[in-house]
Design a protein around this ligand. Structure first.
Ligand SMILES: [Zn+2]
Length: 83
């Protein structure tokens, strides 16, 4: 399964996105659901057990310890907007 399979609708601009999902918290939750519609699944081993790192916005697989950034591979990884 490709890791970076998130696709936003065409014409969906960042300002519109930020308006819709206002706060950082809302934005993260929205991104999480965009990325993992049925909950987190490890891209490496497929495990659904994960923990959220406190120090960085990363999700770590409990099984193989693969770390995934919420914004990796999305347009947000190239933006300077606070997330
Ligand atoms: Zn894993």
């Amino acid at each position: 399964m490709p890791r970076n399979s998130i696709q936003f609708q065409k014409g969906f601009s960042i300002p519109e996105f930020m308006q819709m999902y206002g706060t950082e918290m809302q934005c993260r939750e929205r991104l999480f659901h965009l990325r993992w519609k049925n909950g987190y699944v490890c891209p490496d081993c497929g495990s659904k057990n994960y923990c959220e790192l406190k120090s960085r916005p990363l999700y770590q697989c409990n099984k193989c310890h693969h770390q995934t950034s919420l914004t990796a591979g999305t347009l947000f990884s190239h933006s300077k907007l606070p997330l």
